[in-house]
Design a protein around this ligand. Structure first.
Ligand SMILES: [Zn+2]
Ligand SMILES: [Zn+2]
Length: 219
C-alpha cells in the first residue's frame, strides 16, 4: 500500500501524461496518488480540469484513488492564501505549497504564508521550517511533507524534529516527476525511517494521517 500525495505530470514539468502516470503508480502498488502539477494563474484552470478528467477515468476502471491537485510554486508569498482559495474554488481536490527547500529557493516567508492559509493542505519540503511555523501547521491541520526527492530531502531530519516537537502531522511523498521517481516496494517506509521517524510514527501516517487528508479532500 503506497499513499503519495505529491507528484507531477507533463502538464507541468513531469514526464508522463496523467493517465500514464496513474497507470505506472497502479502497477507499483499505489492505493492513492495525488497529481499536483506546478501552477500559477497562467495555467491553473486548465490543469485542474485536465487532471480531473484523467483521475476520474482511472478511478472508473482501476482500483486506485487519484486526486487532482495543484502545487503553488514560486508564487509571491503574500499571494498564497488568495491563490489557494482560488484553486479550491476551481475544484482542486488538494492544494500543496512548494515550501522553502534549501535545494530550490522560493520567496522567503513562503512557509509562513502557507501555514497561515485555511486553503492549504500540505506544505511540501519546508526546508528549515521554524518551530512557530510548525506549530501553526499543527493548529491548522496542514501536513508537513517528508520527501523522497533528492535535494529537497536534505532537511527531512530537521522537518521531523521540528514538526514532532510542535505537534505537526507528517506525510511521506515522492515529488516524483517520472515513472522512476514513484515509490515501489517499501521505498516510502524507508524514506520515513531515513528521515528519523520511528515505525510507530510511520504507521500513524499510513493509518491516520492519510485518512484525515482523504476526508479533508472530500474523498
Ligand atoms: Zn517540478
Ligand atoms: Zn513538486
Amino acid at each position: 500500500m503506497i499513499f503519495d500525495f505529491h507528484t507531477h505530470t507533463f502538464l507541468s514539468d513531469g514526464e508522463s501524461i496523467p493517465i500514464e502516470h496513474i497507470r505506472n503508480a497502479s502497477k507499483n502498488g499505489y492505493s492513492v496518488i495525488g497529481l499536483t502539477d506546478h501552477v500559477s494563474y497562467s495555467n491553473i484552470d486548465y490543469i485542474i480540469d485536465a487532471l480531473k478528467r484523467d483521475c476520474r477515468l482511472a478511478e472508473k476502471y482501476w482500483d486506485i484513488k487519484a486526486i487532482a491537485g495543484v502545487e503553488l510554486s514560486n508564487v509571491p508569498a503574500k499571494s498564497i492564501d488568495e491563490m489557494a482559495k482560488y484553486a479550491k474554488e476551481k475544484g482542486a481536490e488538494l492544494v500543496i505549497v512548494h515550501g522553502e527547500s534549501i535545494a530550490e529557493r522560493v520567496e522567503p516567508k513562503t512557509n509562513y504564508y502557507a501555514v497561515n492559509s485555511d486553503f492549504v493542505d500540505i506544505l511540501a519540503h519546508p526546508g528549515l521550517i521554524t518551530p512557530e511555523e510548525a506549530g501553526m501547521a499543527a493548529s491548522k491541520g496542514i501536513f508537513l511533507e517528508i520527501t523522497g526527492k533528492t535535494g529537497h530531502s536534505l532537511t527531512n531530519g530537521h522537518v521531523v524534529k521540528t514538526g514532532r516537537e510542535n505537534g505537526a502531522k507528517f506525510l511521506i511523498n515522492s515529488d516524483s516527476h517520472s515513472c522512476s521517481g514513484l515509490y515501489s516496494g517499501d521505498g516510502q517506509f524507508k524514506i520515513g525511517r531515513g528521515a528519523g521517524l520511528d515505525e510507530n510514527e510511520i504507521k500513524e501516517i499510513f493509518d491516520k494521517n492519510v485518512k484525515l487528508l482523504l476526508k479533508k479532500t472530500g474523498s
